[in-house]
Write a protein that binds this ligand. Structure first.
Ligand code: DX5
Ligand code: ZN
Length: 217
């Protein structure tokens, strides 16, 4: 699966930018609050408008403090998947339960420096596990291959226990890096600058998907 990140799109033309990546599996929307990360993007009203402007399922990546308070409304609004950060809450399973109760898939994200081990025993509470391959906050950064150890560990655990969880990766994914991520076991690839920086974003999505599929089979 390929999820273009609209962080690299033209914010004055989001409906058109969503249309530019038709055929994508998810549309990745980065919500930043200028507290959890040193950047500010968009919030619920913009997500609500986007939901009315595209048929692509919306994948909300909440880089915000207090997700227990702010995450469920994104699910109520109709986002397909709502991911929050493990570092932002003491009770990730409770947040996931509220997101699911509000009608969305629930995702947990971990920053590059955050260990996976404390979360391995609660994987069943989530539908997606988003491994950050850059420090969250900005698009266009370089891929950090060292996070792929966490992806391999996840892949092994998910396959061994037959868990229904998607492994998603976010940050620095492009034609040069997607294959190593696919080899490690990623299911869903977020790509911002590699898609919206291309002359033909829809074609870039297809090319990335073909590269990943050739590896994953
Ligand atoms: C970064 C965001 C990413 C970002 C990825 O904090 O979470 O989704 O848009 O952008 P690229 O693909 O350019 O690294
Ligand atoms: Zn993101």
């Amino acid at each position: 699966m390929i999820a273009p990140s609209i962080l690299s799109a033209d914010f004055a033309n989001l409906a058109r930018e969503a249309d530019a990546v038709r055929g994508s599996d998810w549309l990745h929307v980065d919500v930043m609050d200028a507290h959890f990360v040193p950047n500010l993007t968009l919030g619920l009203p913009v997500v609500q408008s986007l939901l009315g402007a595209t048929d692509i399922p919306i994948d909300c990546h909440l880089m915000i403090e207090d997700p227990g308070r702010w995450a469920p409304p994104y699910a109520e609004a109709g986002a397909y998947n709502v991911t929050f950060h493990a570092e932002a809450t003491d009770d990730p399973t409770a947040v996931a339960r509220d997101i699911r109760a509000a009608g969305a898939k629930a995702g947990l994200s971990i920053k590059p420096g955050t260990a996976l081990d404390p979360y391995l025993d609660i994987l069943g509470s989530f539908d997606t596990l988003l491994v950050m391959s850059v420090e969250p906050g900005f698009g266009g950064q370089s891929f950090m291959p060292e996070v792929l150890d966490k992806v391999r560990t996840l892949r092994t655990r998910i396959d061994a226990d037959d868990l229904r969880i998607l492994v998603e990766i976010d940050g620095g994914i492009n034609a040069d890096t997607i294959e190593q991520a696919a080899e490690a076991g990623v299911d869903c690839f977020v790509a911002g600058s590699a898609v919206y920086g291309a002359d033909d974003p829809a074609a870039a999505v297809q090319a990335l998907r073909a590269q990943a599929a050739a590896v994953r089979g």
